[in-house]
Ligand binder design. Sequence first.
Ligand code: ADP
Ligand code: MG
Length: 364
Amino acid sequence: DALTEPKPIIRLKESVVNKIAAGEIIHRPSSALKELIENSLDAGSTSIRVTIKDGGMKLLQIQDNGCGIKCSDLPILAERFTTSKLSSFSDLSHLTTYGFRGEALASISHVAHLSVITKTAAAEHAWKVHYEDGKLVPAKAGQTAEPKPCAGNDGTIITVEDLFYNTPTRLSALRSSTEEYARILDVMTKYAVHNHKVALVCKKAGSSAPDLSSSPSSSTSQAINLLYGTSIGKALLQVTCGPDPNTTHTSKDAESWKAEVVFTNASYQAKKFVFLLFINHRLVESTRIRRAMETIYTSILPKGFFPFMYLSLEINPESVDVNVHPTKREVHFLNEDAIVERVCNVSQERLLHKSQSRSYPTQT
Ligand code: ADP
Ligand code: MG
């Protein structure tokens, strides 16, 4: 019968392997955009402008004023595992950049048409290139694949067109362009809160009015007020904290962390919990931390009502393992329980007005 003869094991073609890998990183337009925003932030940009057509499925363009890319690096830019941010495995333990695997642009080039215009401050003009499947390709048949000189400002414009044109199942799994656009705005708004010194703009192609426009703010609370509205803005409390000075730590890692928490008081009552979590500046998700932070409200909000909360944790990079999830969304770190408990306690104390005047010194 069918069970007797095992099927032969074959080696997958490189193009298949690359498409599978791409699918693990780029789930939808907003995940592509997240990678691109992180690249722009890594490049030191102070202005990031995004243009979207069809929820990002037709066009996703991001223009930054960062350091640009050297012409000599362009031939390998979209190959897998090419990066300027990591060179040895041990570098992973003191990363200060978002990127590290050199897979984002490669992945995008396997599931979309990718083009780049970039100029460094030292270059006399910009360069333009097109990529397919990790490699430079000519803009039109008959032309060469080499970078073409062109006009352009300092910084980089990345253009992603026809996302998932060659992976129809992925394309059909996407929601409406309205919903994909909402997800893009959500990711951008969260990054705009966390990077409140950077100006982020997002608009639909052909429309002159942006749907998101963050002018640089002086504080996180001010940015939240601007981006999420005054009903949240006027209810905000804030604490910063580090390890509990009253407990002695035996582990060195536990001693170096700090948290900034900006959260609503009992006067704000929403139908769902909006929780922005950044760990070492990376937007991540953690059901455990989310649940823990939610519990500090159980005694003060009516059942079925929720707060708004922004939590930024900075932890010794050596105690964070960023490499557990393909989208880098899920992060694990040492002493997670103790740190989260301390952040909960300090926030709850503030919430319950027990300590209006007490300040929480930030320890580094
Ligand atoms: P990673 O971010 O993991 O290094 P990416 O594929 O996202 O990998 O990017 C590859 C490299 O391309 C980066 O290491 C960086 O040197 C360069 N790069 C990408 N985007 C930009 C940008 N907007 N500005 C400057 N350099 C960029
Ligand atoms: Mg990157």
